[in-house]
Design a binder for this molecule. Structure first.
Ligand SMILES: [Zn+2]
Length: 507
């Protein structure tokens, strides 16, 4: 048979509807042509998957998490995807590379809207796969448009590329079979932050670990457990289990079993790290004796989950703490806030100068205003691909990091790049939730500080109003929810739609 033709399209961001940040062109590096193919190591020259199909790179835009996407940017990218697909001619499959928790200003269910546009070009017979983040949300529209949905099985997402490669394999396999898989689909009315569902700890560890085994079962092709994304306020926000394959009885049984286990474990989900207030975190860090550094997650403005990245609430408190600002205070890295104007001012100085600058909260000032930083300019750095220019200011023991543009300091390499070594700090405060691998490895103590901000871990403080109800943990459940599976093949319901949790999207 001739090689299947597979188009690659996508738009990926995780966006908090509670962030003042708006994602625009600068946030979205765009890949097309050969550069898009090179994004996927499994499509490199000579790789079996590269040979198995004709991969047609159309358009991919991917941003680090942030706030909602500007409508005109989304509309432009969608148009480029649609016109690119038209130009590509008939395809057998689409590799739809999305995250699943994109918010767009003035639009509900952004991925549902985008996949509808894709489907309208490629027609009903093309097989569409979507390797998603497990923090994505599955709407009915998206579920009906995808043939091969799947998602990561680890949080942090150390299996991201493995998942993307698996999705590519399954897509080629099903195109070669010349038929569409069946999907068993269960909605689970539960909405939790990622910091309570990390696979580093139970119960998520076991719930997710079993998926690899289930995938090996006869009749199962792939499966995913989307724990969902809590920092948006749409009917599609909830957990989802989907199992694809060709044996209806098996995929239904597995989907319902896994959904039931998630539900039964609902009271066991707890923060992955020891949580506390910022005051608790600083007290713990100061009292910590032994190896350094002590890590403090400033979780409320974690850009990795959709925080704006310029919330000053935490830095303001650190700078006001005499235990941290004395000349012999412990060395405390404070990462980071962005403020292009403040960086402009700082770059007018020489390293070593005394500086006095007001920074941050230009975008997101809902929990704190701009913060005044008076200290010694420790260093200046240019050319960071995300952050642009960076200045580090010493205030007693504190090393306050101010960037020109939004950046997450989630890797020890981010600190090394500006001459800071986390293993030489006493305390590292950074805008993060659960610790990403390299910081996790160096941390000798840790508090997950439950700070306020756009990705507040205290979900009830955010006040959702549009999610389906009842929803755990917001509501009391008198009886167990209906966790029976619907079965889809392509856009058709093979077996009745069971759960009406999504309200506005009921059939
Ligand atoms: Zn995620």
């Amino acid at each position: 048979m001739t090689k299947p033709r597979i188009a690659i399209v996508g738009m990926a961001i995780e966006s908090s509807a509670y962030a003042a940040h708006r994602a625009g062109y600068r946030d979205f590096p765009v890949l097309t042509g050969e550069a898009l193919i090179r994004r996927y190591a499994f499509l490199s020259d000579g790789a079996p998957l590269a040979e198995a199909a004709e991969w047609i790179p159309v358009f991919m835009a991917r941003a680090i998490p942030g706030g909602a996407v500007l409508r005109e940017v989304y509309d432009d990218f969608k148009e480029r995807i649609v016109s690119g697909l038209r130009g590509a001619g008939p395809v057998d499959g689409v590799y739809f590379d999305i995250h699943g928790a994109m918010s767009v200003v003035g639009l509900d269910d952004a991925e549902g809207d985008l996949v509808t546009a894709v489907r309208s070009v490629v027609g009903p017979d093309a097989i569409i796969t979507a390797p998603m983040d497990l923090h994505g949300n599955m709407s009915e529209t998206l579920a009906l448009a995808l043939d091969l949905p799947t998602c990561y099985r680890l949080a942090p997402h150390e299996d991201a590329w493995e998942t993307k490669e698996r999705a590519a394999h399954r897509l080629v396999e099903w195109i070669r079979r010349g038929e569409k898989p069946l999907t068993a689909w269960v909605r689970v009315p539960i909405l939790l932050p990622g910091e309570k569902t990390s696979t580093r700890v139970e119960p998520a560890r076991s719930l997710y670990a079993q998926l690899d085994e289930v995938e090996q079962r006869e009749g199962v092709s792939d499966l995913g457990l989307w724990i969902g994304y809590a920092w948006a306020d749409e009917p599609r926000c909830h957990a989802t289990v989907m199992v694809t394959g060709d044996d209806e009885a098996v995929i239904v049984a597995e989907a319902e079993r896994i959904a039931g286990e998630v539900w039964d474990a609902r009271d066991d989900f707890a923060f992955v790290g020891p949580p506390g207030s910022l005051d608790d975190a600083v007290a713990n860090a100061l009292a910590h004796d032994g190896a350094r550094p002590y890590l403090i997650s400033d979780s409320g403005d974690n850009p990795g989950a959709g925080g704006s990245g310029d919330v000053t609430w935490t830095l303001e408190r650190l700078l006001a703490d005499p235990r941290l600002t004395g000349d012999d205070a412990p060395v405390t890295y404070a990462a980071s806030i962005f403020d292009a104007g403040a960086v402009e001012q700082l770059f007018a100085h020489a390293v070593g100068d005394a500086v006095d600058v007001t920074a941050g909260a230009r975008v997101d000032h809902r929990v704190a205003g701009p913060v005044r930083i008076r200290g010694e300019l420790l260093s200046l750095h240019s050319g960071d691909p995300a952050a642009g220019r960076i200045a580090v200011i010493r205030v007693g023991g504190i090393r306050a990091i101010v960037t020109e543009f939004r950046k997450a300091f989630h890797d020890v390499a981010d600190f090394h790049a500006i001459g800071l070594d986390p293993t030489e700090a006493d305390i590292v405060v950074t805008k993060i939730g659960y610790l990403e691998p390299t910081l996790y490895d160096v941390a000798q103590g840790w508090t997950l500080a439950l700070t306020p901000g756009p990705v507040d871990q205290d979900l009830e403080r955010l006040g959702h109003s549009r999610i389906g109800r009842p929803m755990y943990p917001y509501d009391q459940f008198e009886t167990r929810p209906d966790l029976s599976a619907a079965v889809l093949r392509g856009r058709e319901y093979v077996r009745g739609f069971a759960g009406a949790h999504e309200g506005s999207a009921t059939r």
